[in-house]
Design a protein. Structure first.
Length: 194
């Protein structure tokens, strides 16, 4: 049986709901909702997980690490170790400050780009996982502290853009899971650069 893992990155707790840094949680929540899945807290994985039987012999595990963003790798590593999931079958969904709000980009290589959650994943998995990046930039005002910006909330206009894009994000995730990163990059990255 092949298992894939989709990890939405974010921070647990009510005080972080709706913050820019939690857009990864928002996207996997939307996918779980569409598929009628229920979340379960799994202490051994330091995560909430939902199981999706995507096709015969094909299971996709959706996860929201509860380790806080900077320790996301601990949770993801616990799941990949237990289920013997290779890094190439992992998708990380997270916010990207270098892209305009609501833009979507899929990639497989690159540095953490200053994103502590991604740095934690790279430290835990090595690399090779797919990155499903949702734009939250640009940082405004530019002099604002990075932490304050990512832990702040979207403006109402930005939130509307994100909400209106959720179906696009979940469809893109399903494409990525079904067809692989190359096909997803071809279709999704081109669409979002126009």
């Amino acid at each position: 049986m092949s298992i894939s893992l989709v990890a939405g990155l974010g921070n647990p707790g009510r005080e972080y709901e709706g913050t820019r840094h939690n857009v990864g949680f928002v996207v996997v929540d939307a996918l779980a909702r569409q598929l009628g899945l229920t979340w379960q807290k799994q202490r051994s994985f330091l995560a909430e997980t939902a199981r999706w039987d995507a096709a015969p012999g094909r299971t996709v595990l959706l996860a929201k690490p509860l380790t806080y963003m900077n320790e996301s790798g601990r949770s993801v590593q616990a799941m990949t170790g237990y289920y013997k999931i290779p890094a190439t079958a992992v998708v990380a969904v997270y916010d990207d400050l270098t892209m305009d709000v609501a833009r979507l980009k899929v990639s497989v290589t690159g540095s953490a780009g200053g994103h502590n959650g991604v740095a934690s994943l790279i430290a835990a998995l090595g690399g090779g996982f797919a990155r499903y990046r949702i734009g939250i930039g640009p940082k405004t005002p530019p002099q604002m502290d990075l932490k304050d910006f990512v832990l702040g909330k979207f403006t109402s206009e930005q939130q509307l853009l994100i909400d209106q894009s959720l179906d696009h994000y979940t469809a893109g995730l399903r494409l990525l899971l079904a067809e692989g990163p190359d096909r997803a990059m071809n279709q999704l990255n081109r669409r979002d650069t126009q």
